[in-house]
Write a protein that binds this ligand. Structure first.
Ligand code: PMP
Length: 392
């Protein structure tokens, strides 16, 4: 029976990591894998998380099961950061549950939407490939619209057209900030318009917030999510702490459900809990417990926010340096200066991406996506020269 299984394509980025590891060149550059790196090329554990982990080792007195909803003190501690101090639960209309990363949250959000009767998910493309993959696995149809124009702006017209055609069984999946892979985010004015359009189209918004704090700051990066939530009766918010707390492999995330009235929440959350049980029973505890410790302690919270500021500042410096280079061969690097988060797309053909790798030892996704945190003041000139070389 199992021999009926068809070969599935390998994850392109994981294959790239293998190639990078096998490359003997000392000055090779990895711009593929999506983790933050310091100016020295490391992805360290946040000092605030280390301190929280030490506390956990000392103080945790049981590892007994918590339940499918996970660590609710963690889930609730995050809410003021996501939804705003004064509107942390929108008058009792928002409740959450812990999930294994943002991926686990999206899995439950999309499955919950399907159970509610949603049939199609409207997604701006390109998007994080797992969005389409999860939809396909759940039997949800994906309706695509162009996220950005060829000029590198968000394509509000395409978004408006997609929403204009939407029906009552449609949901729209939006990146809250730091769009992956383009780095092209909506402005505040555009979010205002989106909130209005989504409300008018009466589609269910599913907001994916995987990089809060990596764009323009914790508050600024939540603008779009908060703006949409005040405009609509119901929404799902998928949250990841894996980037902004540097917890990637510990798989820390949360799903928040906003209901039209508080009385609906227990019924909705019972579906989330059932889906958790059917998928992983209970989320892994450690990373979320560490986040809870950080958020429960003023000094650790300040330290975490400071570390996050440094990450963001470094990515801004890299972006500023790329933008200052102006054009590299046939590529205009200036737009990268105004983009947000870990990722941007450098418009290279598949052959040029290959040449970057083979001739220059620079590893990037086939789409031309780069992790800007893979660039340092020590290797950025080599990168710019290589772009000029392969496109010149
Ligand atoms: N959404 C987007 C847009 C992402 O880029 C990612 C991760 N790269 C996720 C969700 C999921 O993150 P996690 O690692 O927490 O599952």
């Amino acid at each position: 029976m199992l021999s009926n299984l068809q070969q599935q394509p390998a994850d392109a980025l994981l294959a790239l990591i293998k190639l990078h590891n096998a490359d003997p060149r000392a000055d090779k550059i990895d711009l593929g894998v999506g983790v933050y790196r310091t100016g020295q090329g490391d992805t360290p554990v946040f000092a605030a998380i280390k301190a929280a982990e030490r506390k956990l080792v000392e103080e945790q007195d049981s590892k007994a099961y918590l339940g499918p909803e996970g660590d609710m003190a963690f889930v609730e501690a995050l809410m003021p950061y996501v939804f705003g101090k004064d509107t942390a639960d929108m008058g009792g209309r928002i409740e959450g549950m812990q999930t294994p990363g943002g991926t686990g949250s999206l899995r439950v959000a999309l499955a919950m939407a399907k159970r509610a009767g949603i049939e199609r998910i409207i997604v701006g493309v390109p998007s994080w490939p797992n969005h389409a993959q999860i939809c396909a696995d759940l039997g949800l149809a994906v309706v695509e619209f162009n996220h950005a124009t060829t000029g590198g702006r968000t394509d509000m017209e395409a978004l408006g057209t997609a929403l204009g055609r939407a029906g009552e069984r449609d949901a729209i999946l939006l990146h809250g900030c730091c769009h992956n892979p383009t780095g092209i985010d909506y402005s505040h004015a555009e979010w205002d318009e989106i909130a209005h359009l989504v409300a008018e189209a009466k589609v269910l918004p599913i907001l994916d917030l995987a990089y809060q704090g990596l764009g323009n700051g914790m508050e600024e990066d939540a603008y779009g999510v908060r703006r949409v939530l005040v405009a609509v009766p119901e929404a799902l918010v998928s949250y990841s702490c894996d980037k902004n707390f540097g917890l990637y492999r510990d798989r820390v995330g949360a799903l928040y459900v906003m209901a039209a009235v508080p009385e609906d929440l227990p019924r909705m959350m019972s579906n989330g809990h059932m889906l958790a049980r059917a998928n992983w029973s209970q989320p892994p505890d450690h990373g979320a417990a560490a986040v809870r410790e950080v958020l429960a302690d003023e000094a650790l919270t300040a330290q975490w926010l400071d570390e996050l500021d440094q990450m963001r500042e470094r990515m801004r410096q890299v972006r500023a340096k790329l933008a200052a280079a102006g054009t590299a061969g046939a590529v205009d690097l200036t737009p990268l200066g105004g983009q947000n988060g870990l990722f941007s797309i450098v418009p290279l053909s598949k052959d040029q991406v290959l040449e970057m790798r083979e001739k220059h030892g620079i590893y990037m996704a086939g789409s031309g996506r780069i992790n800007v945190a893979g660039l340092t003041m020590g290797n950025i000139d080599k990168f710019i020269a290589a772009v000029a070389d392969v496109t010149g």
